[in-house]
Ligand binder design. Sequence first.
Ligand code: CA
Ligand code: CA
Length: 340
Amino acid sequence: MAKGKLFLIITTILLVVAIPLTVYVAKQQQETRSRAGGGGASLAVQPANLEKIINDTFTVDIVLKPGGFAITGVDITFTLNPAITEFVSFTSRSIFSDELISNYSTTTGDYRYVAVDTTISKITEDIIIGTLTLKAKAVGTGSLIFQDNIQIVGENYTGAIPRDSDIHGTYIVSLPPTNTPIPPTETPTPTPTVIPSPTVAPIPSPTATTIPSPTNTPIPTNVPPTATSIPPTVTLTPTPTATPFPTSMPTGVPTITTIPPTETPTPTTIAIITATNTPPLTQTPQPGDADGDGITTILDFNLWRSAFLELTTDPRADINNDGMINIIDFNVWRNAFLNL
Ligand SMILES: [Ca+2]
Ligand SMILES: [Ca+2]
């Protein structure tokens, strides 16, 4: 009986421990699976929200989140609000072997960063691409927006990798706290002396001078001097004589209004000519366009890379059609992509 009881107790203990353990392990496996097959790659700016004082210089990191993919190239554009935050610099962390474009446009506030990796390495973990230095330029809300035309390419994936939602940045710039000038005023001796002097000075001097002078003028209204002051105003009657000029003006106006109507037909004809010119321009073939979608992008690079590393046997990777897939094809693509 004692042995049976002991067996029962041990079995119960084992069950109590085993059930939660099994649930825990199952949950962990599920989480790992969901991470691996995540929504897609995305970008984030860190920190995403900051409050800054005007003229402050600060840095934010641009982070690439592969989301379960093996990243081999990025074509990123993010837009700043140049009226609020001034671009100072972008320091790349050189995580890709080839940085093709790293450029800021002061006119649009766009920063474009294009980098590919021509080696066998690829990015599978969240990583900082570079650090952006900004300066709080004016009071308001600045922003850092990742653009929709961003392309991310990766190993074993044809075309652009699906995108998960990006984390954009918001930077609030305000004036230095008005409390700073107040502290000095709090110092006992100087403040009291400053306050009384301005308050006394403005009130007596202007009020005294203004009040007497008008009050004096109304009183002598009966006195001839006031009458003499009216004549000067009468001398202004020459101004009405100026009215003849306006009358001549209108006569000039009608002649002008007739000219515009005759010119308006001409623009309409120009518009038709430009429309007819547009179709033939679209017929130019694109060098470096390995996938044949009409544009040279990092997707073409990725197609070449996969075949070059013998991960695929896509004949389209032979960009210059010489029967070989080698770095010459990469160079053709690169020259075309960079318009060299
Ligand atoms: Ca293409
Ligand atoms: Ca070739």
